[in-house]
Write a protein that binds this ligand. Structure first.
Ligand code: ATP
Length: 306
């Protein structure tokens, strides 16, 4: 459905997107994950035809978007970052404007409005001023505007950013509903978000794709490391742990006097628990907690983007 080959974009000397290639199948929900400045927005803007690439190709259904940008834009609905809405307008007026910008013919407008309004659940606020709406509803209005022209692909740049947990959950469930008959790409910083709604994730860092896979596949990457959580009280803890053979790094999470909570990262091939226990005995430390930490997606993300 979507094929991206060797896509590259510079801003001056900054290589915002660096030779990336990926494919998205019809009906797939793909998450772009990455830290600030990774290149997610730039990639999404190129996919949506709002920004031209400096190198590489994008095609939808085998057709290069640059060969017929108008047709490509018909196939894609784009919700930009920070959802720019005209806040002084009523929701109805904003959707009218969006319909005009998308060249929706007059006779098709009612049908388009019905579809977008019912899909996003904004009937009750259709005649309300945008500036009076909650953030969650504003986001729904932005999504309604993006799908008004019935695109088959929806690209959403950080659709849940700035929402409270309830609003986040509502927008996630809206995305899941839209996923039933759309191909969707969303960007987010939040791993849980991506794993909750996406079939697949692309992890982007410094303009490059550094991992591509399902939640399960990604959680198996970097399995060569183990992580132990230690909450211990005593003198010289950090230094002593760092000197234990096999420990790759000690990440201090919290300190309170000489009590330290730390995550200890070591190679999977070595058994470091006996050495830690010995050290605890020798130094007469007080152990508050010692546990093996489950690898979470956040850890994988952190180790991949470090
Ligand atoms: P965020 O999560 O903060 O939105 P992002 O992953 O979407 O980040 P981009 O916004 O694509 O990242 O930015 C990628 C790089 O390109 C950054 O270094 C950014 O400063 C730079 N950049 C993006 N847009 C422009 C622009 N219009 N002019 C100059 N530099 C830009």
């Amino acid at each position: 459905m979507i094929k991206v080959e060797n896509l590259t974009k510079y801003f001056g000397t900054v290589k915002a997107v660096d030779d990336i290639s990926f494919e998205v199948k019809q009906g797939e929900v793909v998450g772009f994950l990455g830290p600030n400045g990774a290149g997610k927005t730039t990639t999404m803007r190129m996919l949506s035809g709002f920004l031209s690439a400096d190198g590489g190709k994008i095609s939808f259904g085998g057709k290069l978007i640059e060969d017929d940008i108008i047709n490509a834009q018909k196939q894609i609905g784009y919700l930009p970052e920070n959802n720019p809405l005209y806040k002084d307008m009523l929701v109805s007026e904003f959707l009218e404007l969006s319909a005009e910008l998308n060249n929706i013919p007059k006779e098709k407008k009612a049908e388009a409005f019905n579809f977008a309004v019912s899909s996003t659940g904004i009937k009750e606020i259709f005649y309300r001023p945008i500036n009076e709406l909650s953030k969650g509803f504003k986001q729904r209005v932005g999504i309604a505007a993006a799908i008004l022209h019935r695109p088959s692909i929806i690209v959403m740049d950080e659709p849940t950013e700035g929402l409270d947990p309830n609003q986040r959950a509502e927008i996630r469930s809206l995305i899941r509903e839209l996923a039933e008959d759309h191909t969707i790409i969303i960007s987010t910083h939040v791993m849980q978000e991506a794993s909750a709604v996406c079939d697949r994730m692309l992890i982007i860092n410094k303009g490059k794709i550094i991992a591509d896979g399902t939640t399960d596949e990604l959680s198996r990457t970097g399995e060569n490391e183990q992580s132990i959580f230690l909450d211990v009280e005593g003198d010289g803890v950090e230094q002593a742990l760092q000197n234990v053979a096999g420990i790759k790094r000690v990440e201090i999470k919290n300190t309170e006097g000489n009590r330290i909570q730390a995550e200890i990262i070591a190679d999977n091939s070595v058994k470091i628990q006996p050495d830690i226990s010995r050290l605890i005995g020798e130094r007469h430390w007080v152990v508050w907690k010692l546990s093996e930490k489950e690898r979470e997606l956040e850890d994988i993300f952190r180790s991949l983007t470090k």
